[in-house]
Design a protein around this ligand. Structure first.
Ligand SMILES: [Zn+2]
Ligand SMILES: [Zn+2]
Length: 450
């Protein structure tokens, strides 16, 4: 089980907690989470909102403990639990430094609260026992640096430890695994052993295994990523051979699925030790969506708006980091081309997204998904040539490389992307246009708004 708080949300919460304290008294804050059952063994708790009470919500607040007013508890239940069936996270501080421990008072209070939460909800209502809210609790030192987390059973009798992640990725590389003395990564040691281990742990769902996706997979694979979920329903065609590394005419003749071709690229890098799952269907397929939801990172490198919209919706629902890659070439009336590559990373957990940031066009997405089935059918039986927009290897490479660089930075922490990122490179003007994320998004976005 794990609790994954998006970095941006954590920063806001963290500052609210510090501000709620005047001297050294204990403070408390709450997160309300949705549950994501990733697999039989794996559950993730994803915060939807948070509350840090102001001083007048406390019955008593001191360095030795705190008690909330009854009305405040009532407010929390009515606002977050009665309607939305969210799970509750209590976070409080202890007024000292160093690794905090739950106290006997914490045990008693939390046990009671866990029982209260499940007894409060009438079992005769449509709620099954499993849907009753659970209590997760965390205790921090006074500087909110060190912590411990646990999750209570619904009877308030026992608890187990739960991992709390406050970064983009929920990776917990086993510190006991021996160092990869792999010569392959000798020249990347400068970035740190931890980063290399995280790359080895990361599961990437790649939607779109064509001109950008294939190069991206080759580059990120070489950097050290071994676990892949590949989604693309198209097959390698002759018209693709100008931009697919190591693709052959034979593959086109034999009509390889693009996912099998990219798997071949990964297996060329790692003869052993890689896991590649291929899903030759559309991202709109339910089975593909479940796989994407379970990945650590979603990368979308397709040439249409509707698949990007689906990827963004999945990233928001399941709170997964999303990296969006695209290129565009247009030829001006005087026959000079203008070329663009774009790398977009919307903030984890919302704030702005591909839709409200106008990175994709919703009308086009809707048109595409309607026309998509027809076009695909037509292409299958050979009515469509399959020659679409202009595309060249080098521009795709520029885009894929930048995307890999951004992911490498996100893991290493040498680039702050907590508010998201949107970069456009324009050639031959040689301009990097960076959208200021502050201007993106409005509070009312249907997709990512709170
Ligand atoms: Zn305590
Ligand atoms: Zn949005």
């Amino acid at each position: 089980m794990s609790l994954h708080i998006p970095p941006k949300m954590w920063h806001q919460f963290y500052h609210a907690m510090l501000d709620a304290r005047t001297t050294n008294e204990e403070v408390i804050g709450f997160f309300f989470c949705k549950r994501h059952q990733v697999s039989k063994q794996k559950v993730r708790y994803l915060p939807q909102s948070w509350v840090v009470p102001s001083a007048d919500c406390y019955e008593r607040q001191s360095a030795n403990g705190l008690v909330m007013k009854q009305e405040f508890h009532q407010y929390l239940i009515e606002t977050f639990l009665a309607k939305e069936k969210l799970d509750v996270v209590h976070i409080h501080t202890h007024s000292d430094r160093g690794k905090p421990e739950f106290s006997g008072v914490d045990d008693r209070y939390e046990s009671e609260y866990a029982r209260f939460l499940s007894s409060h909800f009438n079992p005769s209502a449509a709620l099954s026992f499993k849907k009753k809210p659970r209590l997760i609790s965390g205790v921090f030192d006074e500087t909110l640096q060190q912590s411990q987390f646990r999750i209570w059973d619904r009877k308030g009798q026992s608890f187990e430890r739960i991992n709390c992640s406050r970064s983009w990725f929920e990776l917990t590389p086993d510190v006991n695994t021996p160092n990869e003395t792999d010569l392959m990564f000798a020249r990347q040691q400068a970035f740190g052993e931890g980063v290399q281990k995280q790359l080895g742990e990361l599961t990437v769902a790649l939607i779109g295994c064509g001109g950008i996706g294939a190069i991206f997979a080759e580059l990120l694979g070489r950097l050290g990523v071994k676990k892949w979920i590949l989604i693309d329903r198209d097959r390698v065609e002759s018209v693709n051979l100008n931009r697919l590394p190591a693709a052959t005419q034979d593959m086109a003749t034999q009509q390889w699925y693009k996912v099998h071709y990219v798997k071949h690229l990964i297996k060329r890098i790692y003869a052993t030790g890689s896991h590649v799952k291929t899903i030759p269907t559309s991202i709109a397929d339910e089975s593909a969506k479940q796989e994407v939801a379970a990945a650590d990172l979603i990368v979308v490198a397709t040439d249409n708006h509707s698949s990007r919209q689906v990827a963004q919706e999945l990233a928001l629902t399941y709170m997964r980091p999303l990296v969006c890659l695209g290129t565009h070439i247009d030829i001006q009336p005087n026959n000079t081309p203008r070329m663009y590559c774009r790398v977009t990373v919307p903030p984890l957990g919302g704030g702005w997204c591909l839709m409200c940031g106008n990175i994709i066009n919703l009308h086009r997405a809707a048109l595409e998904s309607a026309a998509d089935e027809i076009n695909h059918l037509a292409a299958r039986v050979g009515y469509v040539e399959g020659i679409g927009d202009p595309a060249v290897f080098w521009l795709n490479s520029l885009c894929a490389s930048t995307g890999v660089g951004v992911i490498h930075s996100m893991l290493s922490g040498f680039l702050d992307v907590d508010n998201g990122l949107d970069w456009i490179y324009e050639f031959p003007g040689s301009n990097w246009l960076k959208t200021n994320p502050e201007y993106l998004g409005t509070c009312g976005c249907y997709f990512c708004g709170v």
